[in-house]
Design a protein around this ligand. Sequence first.
Ligand SMILES: Nc1ncnc2c1ncn2[C@@H]1O[C@H](COP(=O)(O)OP(=O)(O)OP(=O)(O)O)[C@@H](O)[C@H]1O
Ligand SMILES: [Mg+2]
Length: 247
Amino acid sequence: MSGPPIISGRGLCRHYRRGSETVRALDGVDIDVQAGESVCVLGPSGSGKTTLINLLSALDAPTAGSLVIDGRRVDGLAEPELVQIRRGTLGYVFQQFHLLPTLTVAENVALPLLFLGRRADPEVLGRVLRAVGLEDRATHLPKELSGGQMQRVAIGRALVVQPRVLIADEPTGNLDRHTGETIFDLFLNAVRDEGLALVVTTHNLALAERCDRTVTLEDGRVTASTTRLKSAAETAAPLPPTDSPTK
Ligand SMILES: Nc1ncnc2c1ncn2[C@@H]1O[C@H](COP(=O)(O)OP(=O)(O)OP(=O)(O)O)[C@@H](O)[C@H]1O
Ligand SMILES: [Mg+2]
């Protein structure tokens, strides 16, 4: 892959003080993520996955190390500048869906545009709702949805700002296996169709193997990284759309 990475971290550390001891949640991690690439962060519970995700998404600041997101040095930036990076460049999806219960599906998806002071273009909103398969649920409230559908809303909400990076911490953690696979496909489709970068964590190895790369953490350090060989079908030009079978 060519071009500078969309995310580049060097020697990333996040240490916490706990009484007299220092918890090294992240301890010198180097990571590069290219546009159009899916990277899965693996590792046992407590290995530092969420800590890393929070740094890469500028939700938390490293104790040491450098971090560049979309060409901007992020470590050391003040909160107002971080907010701009978070809102303009990054889209997040978490294990808990964090939907607003009194807003409809379409309103939840459009919410980040409000924060950015942008109008919810009906065409863009329609495209996002279609991409996450919720066109016919636009006026429903979250309580009327299944867990998988709620996570689709959360993905739509992340995609609506047309982010350059999608960051997801255990997005399938609250879903059954089949629903989790479908949700994971949505992420990989967004990488393919929109040229996004994806950084995702999961405990599910079968899902992880579908990403372009995996990075394994143990005790806050990278202990393994693998690159998946793409099949001939994946590297070939996409097939023209066909009529979908009747349901
Ligand atoms: N605010 C905090 N203060 C002190 N220690 C923390 C804090 N947040 C995380 N830690 C510690 O940092 C380490 C890494 O935590 P982290 O949440 O990143 O792990 P994880 O890999 O995401 O685990 P899981 O798979 O359970 O989500 C753990 O030892 C945790 O206890
Ligand atoms: Mg975690």
